[in-house]
Ligand binder design. Structure first.
Ligand SMILES: CC(C)(COP(=O)(O)OP(=O)(O)OC[C@H]1O[C@@H](n2cnc3c(N)ncnc32)[C@H](O)[C@@H]1OP(=O)(O)O)[C@@H](O)C(=O)NCCC(=O)NCCS
Length: 201
């Protein structure tokens, strides 16, 4: 995959035959069975990630170069049906022992939604940090994300709890201010000591 070429054109199938082929494969998904794997830097996964970002509004497609850095420096998982990439998650674990795992993005393309892939991506992230709480942010109007997060919290016997924006660094949550974000924690029954969260009054 040619990183420079694909970043210099708009994300549109008319400019990118690989994108056109991928969009076609999304319309032809035959199975509901999916697998989850960790993305690899420098392998072409940065381009798949860009395609998926573009298909998962309100997530913004990023240049492949940026995605490669994210894949190299953070934890990025892909969900795949057959040979087709259908979803991704981006997360990072805080540096202090009491820090949570930050789930910055979960995206599943439209034709693969409603099959439990979003929840499975979240579960995969959280299994990597079994003793940490979880922190994430959602935009006010993103009901699907909010419901998914509530469902995920319930699935591990916890609750989604709103916390003040500013409890965590924007960069750790993967957000920018002024876009209507709310931040949340999911506190596990046996987290590490001294969780750094503040209850919303
Ligand atoms: C949010 C998103 C990742 C969900 O992916 P998904 O694979 O369809 O989610 P799941 O099938 O695992 O559904 C999990 C739960 O989320 C909730 N949910 C998912 N889509 C929903 C919708 N459109 N409306 C209301 N609730 C929804 C449901 O409660 C569902 O559980 P249930 O079916 O047992 O009731 C997907 O809609 C998406 O990519 N949206 C665009 C990107 C985005 O907003 N990402 C989140 C912020 S980074």
């Amino acid at each position: 995959m040619d990183e420079i070429r694909s970043d210099s054109y708009p994300l549109h199938p008319a400019f990118d035959p690989d994108l056109a082929a991928w969009l076609t494969s999304l319309e032809e998904l035959t199975s509901s069975e999916f697998t989850i794997r960790q993305a690899t830097a420098g392998s072409g996964d940065a381009r798949w990630m860009r395609y998926m970002q573009g298909a998962c509004e309100p997530i913004t497609p990023q240049p492949e170069s940026k995605n490669n850095k994210t894949i190299a420096g953070q934890l990025v998982y892909f969900a795949t049906i057959g040979a087709t990439q259908v979803g991704f998650s981006v997360s990072m674990t805080g540096t202090a022992a009491s820090d949570p795992v930050f789930i910055q993005a979960v995206g599943v393309v439209g034709t693969a939604r409603g099959r439990g892939i979003g929840l499975a991506l979240m579960r995969t992230v959280v299994e990597q940090a079994p003793h940490r709480n979880i922190a994430l942010a959602t935009q006010n109007d993103n009901l699907a994300a909010r419901r998914m997060n509530e469902r995920f919290a319930a699935s591990i016997g916890a609750e989604l709890r709103r916390v003040n924006l500013g409890t965590f660094k924007d960069a750790d949550l993967g957000i920018r201010r002024g876009l209507g974000y709310r931040s949340w924690t999911i506190e596990r029954s046996h987290p590490t000591a001294d969780s750094a969260t503040t209850r919303m009054e």
